[in-house]
Design a protein around this ligand. Structure first.
Ligand code: SF4
Ligand code: SF4
Length: 478
């Protein structure tokens, strides 16, 4: 566990003259939760937990419970964005622990994870698809086995003996080219064993082509399988129909149910829900997907679609935040009753808080993780496939080190605006690069509102049930 201090911090509260509140702290028609996380000063954030005012120190990862007099002095100073006064108050209360080391700007990172777009085509017609209905805006194509093998060989060569790598199959719909996926898996396993490298396999699928023999294969190789489902029944059908317009939910569930219910299942099978303005019914979706037997459920808001369809706007994101908090309250109640609630969003956020580091990148994209197109191009991640802005070389010549160094320098959170001054910068790390490059940052209030809520939840769990918190955060795969 990273440093988590709880102190009263009540010493030396000077009397202060207040400036006018900054506009960022004023009322907002989008709701209190939306506003609560807005940045005031870059080095600290106040949040509520169990009726107490808590202080989160950004560079230290420390949390303090504030005594009432200090809270009464600090909060107005923060509302005025008066950094000097905030620093003065914190120093006066001896709330100035040593900062954690800052994550350096990376220049080159050895590859340790790739995703193969084995099928740049899809049988569904989801309007918001980042891959433009599977083909990434070009002609539909399959990856050849030769391309897959060359990419895997490069991954293993870069990683080196004794390391761990991960290989993900994506599309379009990867099961539309199962033969390449199958043979590439055998090749990867053989070559990794020969090179003394541990390899983990995963797959993201729409589930419509899944057969019992696919399931047996994924069991044999211990895949982690993510199925894209946007809700139950008609809610899903409206967003993820076949190209003909027919709904796909019934087919997916019919194919998946026996596997999800199999008592001997060893594969981790997760659900991933893309949240759009049309399926903002998160508690119902979570309950329905957990009932089906998924090992975990993850919500991801739709922030950028090449078609512009179904993108979340400010009012939708405010509703999303309320819905996320409602799910969080259920999570907390279930834990208090000693029941498990495998909701990935809350668990991964609690893990981030628990293992706090000054992370300068939101993900491995463009660093240790790269996406491979059907033709063997290397891209910053699966969403950048065939997008010049994320081009990183090709599987034959390897990573273009100049492009990678430029990417890593530019994408560091300290180079991003307005992230440099945001209290959430090491928990959010600037958000998804693909969304930021293509749409900007429309979801900051949502992100910070969610983090603000999770800091409160984390603090409550840490106070009331520390062994349970440790177990949850340790056991759940990241
Ligand atoms: S993207 Fe994240 S770090 Fe950047 S300003 Fe928004 S919430 Fe803060
Ligand atoms: S850039 Fe976005 S889509 Fe790509 S790996 Fe990072 S978070 Fe995921």
């Amino acid at each position: 566990m990273t440093m988590r201090d709880f102190g009263s911090g009540s010493a030396g509260v000077p009397t202060l003259e207040l400036k006018s509140p900054s506009p960022a702290t004023g009322p907002d028609e989008l709701g209190a939760a939306h506003v609560r996380g807005r940045p005031k000063v870059p080095n600290a954030h106040c949040f509520a937990s169990d009726g107490k005012t808590m202080l989160f120190l950004v560079d230290h990862g420390a949390i303090f419970e504030l005594a009432a007099p200090l809270a009464a002095a600090l909060e107005p100073a923060m509302d005025c964005a008066d950094r000097a006064r905030v620093d003065h108050l914190l120093a006066g209360a001896a709330l100035n622990p040593l900062p954690l080391p800052e994550e350096a700007t990376l220049e080159a990172v050895p590859m340790h994870a790739i995703s193969l777009a084995v099928a740049e085509k899809c049988n569904l017609g989801c309007t918001y698809c980042y891959a433009q209905q599977g083909s990434f805006g070009g002609a539909a194509k399959n990856m050849t086995l030769e391309v897959a093998r060359t990419a895997i060989d490069r991954l293993l060569m870069d990683a080196g003996p004794g390391s761990k790598v991960s290989l993900t199959f994506l599309g379009g719909e990867p099961l539309a080219n199962f033969e390449t996926l199958r043979l590439a898996t055998f090749h990867a396993r053989e070559q990794a064993e020969a090179a003394d490298i541990k390899i983990a396999f995963s797959l993201t699928t729409n589930g419509t082509l899944l057969s019992p023999s696919h399931c047996a294969f994924f069991e044999q190789h211990r895949f982690c399988v993510t199925v894209s489902l946007d809700g139950a029944g008609e809610v899903h059908d409206a967003l993820r129909p076949y190209k003909s317009g027919r709904g796909s939910y019934h087919d997916i569930v019919t194919r998946l149910k026996p596997w999800l219910r199999a008592p001997e299942r060893r594969c981790e099978v997760r659900a991933r829900v893309t949240v759009t303005p049309r399926n903002l019914c998160l508690p119902e979706t979570l309950a329905a997907l957990m009932e089906l037997g998924f090992a975990s459920v993850q919500f991801s808001p739709m922030l950028f679609a090449p078609s512009g369809a179904s993108e979340m706007q400010a009012a939708d994101l405010a509703v999303l935040l309320e819905q996320m908090i409602a799910c969080g309250e259920t999570f907390e109640r279930r834990l208090e009753e000693g029941r498990w609630y495998p909701w990935a969003n809350v668990i991964s956020t609690l893990q981030k808080i628990h293992r706090y580091r000054r992370e300068a990148y939101p993900c491995g994209a463009g660093g240790g993780y790269l996406g491979v197109s059907a033709e063997g191009g290397l891209y910053a991640c699966h969403r950048f496939v065939n997008d010049e802005q994320g081009k990183m070389g090709n599987i034959r010549d390897g990573v273009d080190s100049t492009r990678q160094a430029a990417w890593l320098a530019h994408r560091n959170v300290h180079r991003q605006e307005p992230c440099r001054e945001c209290w959430a910068r090491y928990l959010c790390s600037g958000g998804c690069h693909h969304e930021a490059i293509h749409r900007g940052r429309p979801a900051c209030d949502y992100i910070r509102g969610w983090l603000d809520y999770c800091l409160g939840l984390y603090t409550r769990l840490l106070k009331r049930q520390p062994p349970l918190l440790d177990r949850i955060l340790g056991d759940f795969p990241g």
